[in-house]
Design a protein around this ligand. Structure first.
Ligand SMILES: CC(C)(COP(=O)(O)OP(=O)(O)OC[C@H]1O[C@@H](n2cnc3c(N)ncnc32)[C@H](O)[C@@H]1OP(=O)(O)O)[C@@H](O)C(=O)NCCC(=O)NCCS
Length: 336
């Protein structure tokens, strides 16, 4: 059977830094509140003309160059995002021509903060069945254009940032299961009964004769709503559960893992997961301080930054755990 390997990575964040102090000028919040509750010090926001697929393009180009392949070798694109350029077609359809690629399948993955691991899992399955050989997976978000930046929306607005990350996954014939670089496992979960605890209600076909009305805009239904405490508690619980499951499935102990790359929603969530599982601090790599929550982009951004920081090296055994709207959660284990 074929396996799949991550052969290239890339990331891109827009240059516009927005500090907590900047936010405190436009809404009632403070640097201290944001850092204490979330660990976030700053995030990036795009300028008005920049789109999600613009960020995705830059991250993808870096991943292609890093993989040392010609882009014509890519035979499928999987694009994880919660902030698409348009409702339809999917953002992968807009990215494909920007990359100068033709006719290969370009698929959007709509699994919010868990989207990138869902896409990795789908790519792994495509490669294992022999359907595709070299897959570009990208996670990209422009949140800044969709947040309520007044005091009313401050519980959500301070947490999210813009950014993109990408990897190339390619077919690999594994000779040594323990030493070769390849994806060992992915595990995916959803509990749709909590769908409305973190959601964007409008525009929506479920809303009556019109998917978007002036009234919906006046009442802020076009901004994300989050039941923060419920999300927090479930994130800790589910990320712990799916990490343990991934380790058990691979007959691994915590100490076998070289690096834990968790979703970046809130530093306190990751600290509680590490505490609960007794993971030493130096084995967890966080980027939330600089970028906030970039949803589907946090995992590939984490990979790229961890490589730069020399925390992630060829041969490292990595565990990912993510949690997000849906609720969805997922884990992955692979040798880098
Ligand atoms: C959002 C979150 C940081 C809020 O932290 P919390 O400890 O639950 O805070 P609370 O909701 O109890 O709010 C405490 C107070 O701070 C206020 N507050 C909310 N946002 C604020 C902000 N940005 N600045 C200042 N005060 C704020 C609230 O209005 C509330 O005031 P009140 O006590 O007068 O009513 C936290 O719930 C969280 O991180 N949840 C998970 C978020 C997440 O991970 N989302 C993405 C998942 S993928």
């Amino acid at each position: 059977m074929y396996h799949s390997e991550i052969i290239g990575h890339g990331m891109y964040v827009p240059p516009g830094v927005v500090t907590n102090h900047d936010l405190s000028k436009i809404m009632e919040t403070s640097h201290e509140w944001i850092v204490q509750r979330s660990g976030i010090e700053e995030r990036r926001w795009v300028s008005p003309e920049v789109t999600t697929t613009d960020l995705a393009l830059k991250a993808s180009e870096e991943a292609i160059a890093n993989a040392g392949i010609d882009k014509s070798e890519i035979d499928c694109i999987l694009f994880a995002t919660v902030s698409p350029d348009h409702d339809f077609p999917g953002s992968a359809c807009f990215l494909q021509p920007k990359l100068g690629l033709k006719e290969i399948p370009a698929i959007d993955v709509r699994q919010q903060c868990s989207g990138f691991i869902y896409a990795m899992s789908m790519a792994d399955a495509f490669i294992k069945t022999g359907q595709y050989k070299t897959i570009l997976i990208v996670g990209a978000e422009v949140h800044s254009k969709g947040l309520d930046k007044t005091t009313k929306g401050r519980d959500v607005a301070v947490l999210f940032g813009d950014g993109a990350g990408a990897i190339i996954m390619r077919r690999k014939e594994v000779k040594d299961c323990l030493k070769d670089s390849f994806i060992w496992s992915t595990h995916l979960f959803t509990d749709g009964s909590s769908a409305k605890d973190l959601w964007l209600e409008a525009p929506g076909m479920a809303l009556g004769p019109e998917r978007l009305t002036h009234e919906m805009i006046e009442t802020g239904k076009h901004y994300p709503y989050m039941n923060g405490k419920k999300v927090f508690a479930n994130a800790v619980r589910r990320m712990c559960e799916c990490t343990i499951l991934a380790l058990e499935a691979n007959k691994l102990k915590l100490e076998d893992i070289d690096l834990f790359l968790f979703h970046q929603a809130n530093m306190r969530i990751n600290q509680m997961v590490a505490q609960e599982l007794k993971i030493p601090e130096d084995k967890v790599y966080n980027t939330i301080q600089k970028y906030g929550n970039t949803t589907a982009a946090t995992i590939p951004i984490g990979m790229a930054e961890a490589v730069k920081a020399q925390k992630l090296k060829k041969g490292s055994l990595v565990a990912n755990a993510v949690f997000g709207s849906g609720f969805t959660w997922a884990s992955a284990v692979y040798r880098w």
